[in-house]
Write a protein that binds this ligand. Structure first.
Ligand SMILES: [Zn+2]
Length: 112
């Protein structure tokens, strides 16, 4: 990647970190325990619990993504940034601009 490309990926990482942090705080609100005495009907309550389960899953994934993004931000100025950890080839600007937290190229990631 050229310096310009790295700069734009870095900007992307910073934006994604902010977005992910916002998403995490919004999700934390949603996964608060449902009060047992709430006036919801049984079915509505089951739906609410299902939704909460989903949100918990998304929350866990968001936390992992945030950690990866923060790691990417630490690497972005180093020569190893954008190099696949498996085959040591360049991951390429296309993939890095979509998923800046990537540490593997498309080929190696698909073998996982
Ligand atoms: Zn690779």
């Amino acid at each position: 990647m050229t310096q310009n490309e790295k700069d734009s990926v870095k900007k992307k990482i910073e934006e994604e970190i902010l977005l992910t942090q916002e998403q995490i705080s919004a999700l934390k609100e949603k996964v608060k325990p449902i009060a047992p005495d709430c006036s919801l009907g049984r079915l509505t309550r089951l739906e609410a619990m299902g939704e909460q389960h989903m949100n918990n899953k998304i929350l866990e994934e968001s936390k992992i993504k945030l950690t990866r993004l923060k790691n990417a931000l630490l690497r972005v100025d180093k020569p190893i940034f954008g190099i696949c950890i498996e085959c040591e080839e360049e991951i390429g600007f296309g993939r890095m601009s979509i998923r800046p937290e990537s540490v593997r190229c498309v080929e190696c990631a698909s073998k996982m």
